[in-house]
Design a protein around this ligand. Structure first.
Ligand SMILES: C[S@@+](CC[C@H](N)C(=O)[O-])C[C@H]1O[C@@H](n2cnc3c(N)ncnc32)[C@H](O)[C@@H]1O
Length: 230
């Protein structure tokens, strides 16, 4: 017999939900907030060690904590963050304002597979935790290539391993009854899927027809770290 769960399981195979669903955005934001000191600050320091100046595009920016940590450390950097989730973009704007950094941070709703930016308009393109959720990764890589200036670099981290970094007890205790209910509904319907990390050879295949130089593609435990140059 077809149960609701089975139907959702079948739907999941056909429909890939890219964005963080609206009802889960605030619970997700609370998880990423707990990861600022243990994950985003480390990634930000790594980025700033090579990019102290210029324009960076952050794809699938979520609540904007990584861009905030970067501009805190590099006063000449400007970052544009985009995300499919309207709620997360609203949060990112509020977070930038709270940090007093809104003059160097812009956040827009947008699709990484169809960027609104001119060719060669960024020095670097960055993304954490988005690659695994994309419907059409090669299209996104084509867009990244288009908006990068010559010699510009793309650094893609996926997944961001937020779940394994944070104190889950502390996170759950911070959630409201409403947020816990939304999580329960999505989990019960089987709509929260385990994250699949791409392997190196799969990434190489995705970018096969794009004129990128591979600087490195490292499989680090359950995360992949990709560095490409145009
Ligand atoms: C796991 S979250 C990571 C968010 C943030 N980068 C971080 O590390 O906290 C992935 C984000 O990518 C966004 N996303 C997924 N597909 C996208 C697309 N095609 N274009 C823009 N954003 C996308 C989702 O809405 C979600 O906010």
């Amino acid at each position: 017999m077809l149960t609701v769960q089975k139907i959702c399981g079948l739907m999941k195979r056909w429909i890939k939900i890219e964005r963080i669903p609206g009802p889960l955005a605030s619970a997700y934001e609370k998880a990423t907030r707990l990861a600022i000191d243990i994950y985003y600050s480390e990634v930000a320091a790594e980025i700033v060690s090579e990019f102290e100046d210029g324009r960076i595009l952050d794809l699938g920016t979520g609540p904007g904590y990584l861009p905030i940590e970067i501009v805190k450390r590099a006063v000449k950097v400007k970052i544009t963050g985009i995300d499919l989730s309207r709620r997360l973009i609203q949060m990112a704007r509020q977070n930038a304002q709270k940090a007093g950094l809104e003059d160097r941070l812009d956040f827009f709703v947008g699709d990484s597979a169809s960027l609104r930016f001119d060719d060669a308009s960024f020095d670097m393109v960055l993304s954490t935790g988005m690659l695994h959720s994309l419907k059409n990764p090669p299209k996104v890589f084509q867009e990244i290539h288009r908006v990068l200036r010559i010699q510009g670099q793309a650094w893609i981290y996926d997944p961001a391993k937020i779940a394994s970094y944070i104190d889950r007890k502390k996170w759950r205790a911070s959630l409201t009854k409403r947020e816990l209910f939304h999580l329960w509904v999505f989990k019960s319907l089987g709509l929260i899927r385990p994250i699949k990390t791409y392997r190196r050879d799969e990434v190489v295949e995705m970018i096969r027809d794009i004129d990128f130089e591979i600087i490195s593609i490292d499989e680090v435990t359950d995360e992949i770290r990709i560095r490409l140059r145009k």
